[in-house]
Design a protein around this ligand. Structure first.
Ligand code: ADP
Ligand code: MG
Length: 238
């Protein structure tokens, strides 16, 4: 598999404070990687740098060899808080996100409905965010990100606000979607079990300054292989 995204010496400062120390990373096309670490270790900073929301103070991010200079439709983003527009229906939210692609109204509608069906929301397309549960809202956010057919899906603790049962359902859905589409995914979490359940690769980060401290390929049975406990040890007492 070739690398879709490459970070070359990416360092991020907010004012005088170093949020992410110089980082070298590659993300292979079609891979599913989790960024795991305690609050403040720079997970969101790293993700937002790939998304183009944050500009590195040194180094660069390459997407297919081309430097990232800002957000773009090749990178879909899903946050913990869904950021749906309350005055649009589920379908309207997805259609709205497709506006910049120069599709006709009919094409936007067809793509929105297809994408909502893909996350199991065919019957809820006409509902407003306030009429949807947290899990359903997060499905809309996922449908919205995927409708644009991004090369990479960047997810920042997307299931962090959901109850345990909904969270497991969403994890299953995400795994299914990834197996179907093989969209490259970078998934931020501070939950070891979630990282191991979803990913082929787990990158462990630590704070002060934010940095990568380990990079693991996920084994078939992380508990039996000792990977789970190795990661817990790397995370320290958090
Ligand atoms: P994580 O997502 O792992 O919790 P963040 O990337 O949000 O970590 O934050 C890394 C560090 O950078 C933290 O110390 C945080 O307080 C700081 N930070 C994050 N965003 C900003 C910002 N916009 N301005 C100043 N400091 C920030
Ligand atoms: Mg964060």
């Amino acid at each position: 598999m070739s690398d879709l995204v490459r970070l070359e010496g990416v360092e991020v400062r907010y004012g005088n404070s170093l949020a992410l120390a110089a980082t070298e990373l590659d993300f292979a096309e079609g891979s599913f990687t989790s960024l795991l670490g305690p609050t403040g270790c720079g997970k969101s900073t790293l993700l937002n740098t790939i998304a183009g929301f944050v500009t590195p103070s040194s180094g660069r991010v390459l997407m297919d060899g081309v430097p990232v200079t800002g957000p773009g439709p090749d990178r879909g983003v899903v946050f913990q808080h869904y950021a749906l527009l309350p005055w649009f229906t589920a379908r309207g939210n997805v259609e709205f996100a497709l506006k910049r692609f120069g599709l006709s109204r009919a094409e936007r509608r067809a793509r929105a409905l297809e994408s909502l069906a893909g996350v199991g929301l065919a019957d809820a397309a006409g509902k407003y965010p306030a009429q949807l549960s947290g899990g359903m809202r997060q499905r809309v956010a996922l449908a919205r990100a995927l409708a644009a057919e991004p090369r990479i899906l960047l997810m920042d603790e997307p299931f962090g606000a959901l109850d345990a049962i909904t969270r497991v359902r969403m994890q299953r859905l995400l795994t299914e979607l990834w197996q179907r589409t093989r969209t490259t995914v970078v998934f931020v979490t501070h939950d070891v079990d979630e990282a191991l359940a979803l990913s082929q690769r787990v990158i462990v980060m630590a704070a002060d300054p934010g940095s990568v401290i380990a990079d693991h390929e996920v084994t078939d049975d992380p508990a039996a292989s000792g990977l789970h406990s190795r990661i817990v040890t790397q995370l320290g007492t958090d």
